[in-house]
Design a protein around this ligand. Sequence first.
Ligand code: TXA
Ligand code: MG
Length: 319
Amino acid sequence: MTTTVLTESPQQAAHFIREGEVVAFPTETVYGLGANLFDEAAIRKIFASKGRPADNPLIAHVADLSQLRLVARDVTRAAQKFIAAFFPGPLTVLLPKSERVPLLATAGLETVGVRIPRHPVAREFLSACGVPVAAPSANLSGRPSPTTWETVQADLDGRISCILKGDQTEVGLESTVVDCTGVVPVVLRAGAITLERLREVIPETRLSEGGAGELPKSPGLKYRHYAPQAGVVLVAQPHEASPAANAAYIGIGAHPQAASFGRHRACDSVEDYARALFLFFRQCDAAGIGLIYCQAVTEAGLGLALMDRIRRAAEKHEW
Ligand code: TXA
Ligand code: MG
């Protein structure tokens, strides 16, 4: 059992990284669980503290473009274009890894995912760390990604050295992951940098076979993700959800019998829905809800990522 220090100081949090410890920190997507990328003992602590399978690679977070060269052997033409258009932001580019990046962090792969977050606290923290920071989402493996520091604490208190406190995250879903190592860029995980926006930069960009989340190249995607304890059911229209005290509903349209649900959330937009989803899942679990109805949205723009996460949550069985 470790004492988990709560702080609002990026400098104090960065001190723990330099000491070889793991630290949860806010980004614009979800909270990350960081450690010095070049310190294998620290990387091991990430896998241990969240119970993450060793075959699931970590994303390298860097403060600025000068650090990119430390982690990537080659920055491909496609990556250069996406970086120019979308960094800093909720996008991860896969590149050939440099020799310094331990295979432990990439789960044995010769590629590394790299991202520069745009969240000001994350950037201050990463600058203060002075090293690239490997970070998965800061949840216990198999639980929904954390969008507030309180949910990080609920999962990892006593298991990590520090939580850098920030606001509820702005996007609410994990970054877009795009493989830039081949001839044509391939989206392995949909996110807030949408397929449409990537195609404005490189029109040939495609989704990986099997859709927005079926990732032969992304080992993490074979695990059940984003899943609350409750069952999750997709409905096209609000009235298809059956009201009950132990059921919940979330969607863009309000349910006509909103008050008959244990929890009910009508969202203003797809953006609002994405921001709210993971916290809603956790609140439903805390309230002992057995079934969560999620209204489907159009699979365009951010809706593609949102539907990917809802479908994964609705998946009943371990893959
Ligand atoms: O928004 C985000 O990406 C957040 C914040 C903290 O930056 N991080 C995050 O990390 O969601 P994680 O580990 O929960 O998800 C990373 C995903 C996994 O599905 C993993 O398998 C995939 O990216 N991934 C990472 N490196 C990869 C690589 N070299 N090749 C293929 N897939 C990779
Ligand atoms: Mg994760």
